[in-house]
Ligand binder design. Structure first.
Ligand SMILES: Nc1nc2c(c(=O)[nH]1)N[C@H]1C(S)=C(S)[C@@H](COP(=O)(O)O)O[C@H]1N2
Ligand SMILES: [Mo]
Length: 420
């Protein structure tokens, strides 16, 4: 058995055991599961909240992290066409970094008349298109910006057209920035990451579709890079240039400007989506949330409630010894939302079985899963409620990587008032 397959099976095994241990009816794929307090009947309020969860984010409802004065997609149409920010005028240059000895035989340039066009991209897409789920998260913001189904072609396919021959150690890339160096937002990757995918990873792509439609300007269209396993700053919008370089280190805008950990792979963490601020006494309390699935996978989502301001031992900053309880990780949805026609995923999404159209592994890395829990009724008073993940290595959030510049993953805490 291939190692990646083996790992996949282990993960499915874990999930199955986990669902069985919950005593829930069925295993994977249950959305409307009996979420109930201590064997009581289904809780209608929680069922309703679970029914309202939408897996994919509509493209215009992502939160944006963007720079540019003016923002490139807000330029007048005439200007957008002129600078290649419309599909029929978009052009990508793939060039060597002249400041290094990177050797590239066939640079793709506008001047040379062989820049890579949107028509070229569509033609390549007929053979090489890939589709995958990827959550967009800014490593400086505590909750994800949006969850997408992205489609594009592997960046390496276009890089090979430029015929790199030697002394290429990294690739850096940037988008339209009003021809003002101060407005440039640049990212970089080791060339090896672009040319080859570790087991189970998706390729780095030149993306042209989001949730089945062409990527709108506000989301980085006509073409943006999507790096599946990293935080948002690697996924450059309004892409115009790919530079092959012999530099041995990252030269991302965020390396110096924001002190980001530019090598960070996404982390696993949980966030609340629904949590009532005040609830009646002696009634079960419905909670829903989402969990981003980072490089170490996701085994559990947990919650913990305590009276507001209660003491906790100082030597346990991440509440590892608190009496956390398991929430239920919800299976893949029937309706994926996000503006997909009928909420159906297209065929050929990586990681999905082509016949059943069900994911082979759930939850999927670098995507997310919803979760839900029903808290036992409480006496009147002020409380605080927390949620956290436990990754597939058994490590509770925010460990093993608690530093915020490699991605914010502090344990979320919210106040909860139970009315008398
Ligand atoms: N050209 C360009 N690409 C960019 C940025 C930018 O400012 N300019 N911001 C980056 C950052 S920091 C993040 S978190 C993501 C956000 O993507 P979104 O706006 O589609 O949610 O885009 C990235 N790509
Ligand atoms: Mo970001």
């Amino acid at each position: 058995m291939k190692r990646s397959d083996q790992r996949a099976e282990e993960h499915i095994e874990l999930s199955r055991r986990y669902f069985l241990s919950l005593g829930a009816a069925g295993t994977l794929g249950l959305v409307a599961s009996p979420l109930s307090a201590k064997g009581a009947a289904r809780d209608a309020a929680l069922e309703r909240l679970v029914g309202e969860l939408e897996y994919l984010t509509p493209p215009l409802e992502f939160r944006s992290v963007e720079r540019g004065k003016p923002l490139p997609y807000k330029l007048p149409l005439e200007k957008r066409r002129e600078v290649g920010l419309e599909r029929d005028t978009w052009k990508l240059e793939v060039i060597p970094d002249a400041e290094t000895p990177a050797a590239v035989n066939n640079p793709l340039t506008i001047e040379g008349g062989n820049a890579f066009t949107f028509a070229d991209l569509m033609e390549l897409g007929k053979q090489r298109a890939v589709r995958f789920l990827k959550i967009m998260t800014c490593n400086n913001i505590g909750r994800p910006l949006g969850m997408g189904l992205w489609e594009g072609v592997p960046l390496r396919d276009v890089i090979w057209r430029a015929q790199p021959v030697r002394r290429v150690r990294r690739v850096f890339y940037y988008g339209y920035h009003n021809d003002d160096p101060d407005q440039m937002f640049r990212s970089s990757l080791p060339i090896g990451r672009v040319l080859e995918d570790p087991p189970g990873w998706h390729p780095v792509i030149l993306a042209y579709k989001l949730n089945g439609d062409f990527i709108p300007g506000v989301r980085g269209g006509p073409v943006r890079v999507i790096v599946p396993e990293t935080y948002g700053f690697k996924s450059i919008k309004w892409l115009t240039h790919v530079v092959l370089t012999d530099l041995y280190h990252a030269n991302d805008t965020y390396a110096t400007e924001s002190a980001n950990d530019v090598d960070s792979i996404m982390k696993t963490f949980a966030r609340f989506l629904h949590r009532p601020e005040s609830v009646p006494a002696e009634k079960p309390i419905p909670l829903t949330g989402m969990a981003q699935v980072g490089m170490s996978g996701l085994e559990k989502v947990q919650y913990w409630l305590r009276p507001a301001g209660a003491e906790h031992p100082e030597d346990d900053p991440y509440f590892a010894r608190a009496p956390w309880k398991d929430a239920e990780i919800l299976g893949p949805p029937e309706n994926w939302g996000g503006g997909l026609p009928d909420g159906k995923l297209p065929v050929g999404v990586r990681g999905f079985d082509p016949k059943s159209r069900k994911p082979r592994i759930w939850p999927m890395r670098y995507a997310m899963a919803h979760w839900a829990a029903l808290l036992d009724p409480l006496p009147a008073g002020k409380y605080e409620v927390r949620c956290r993940t436990v990754d597939a290595n058994g490590i509770g959030q925010p460990m093993p990587r608690p530093f915020r510049k490699s991605g914010r993953n502090a344990i979320q805490v919210l106040p909860l008032k139970v009315e008398g």
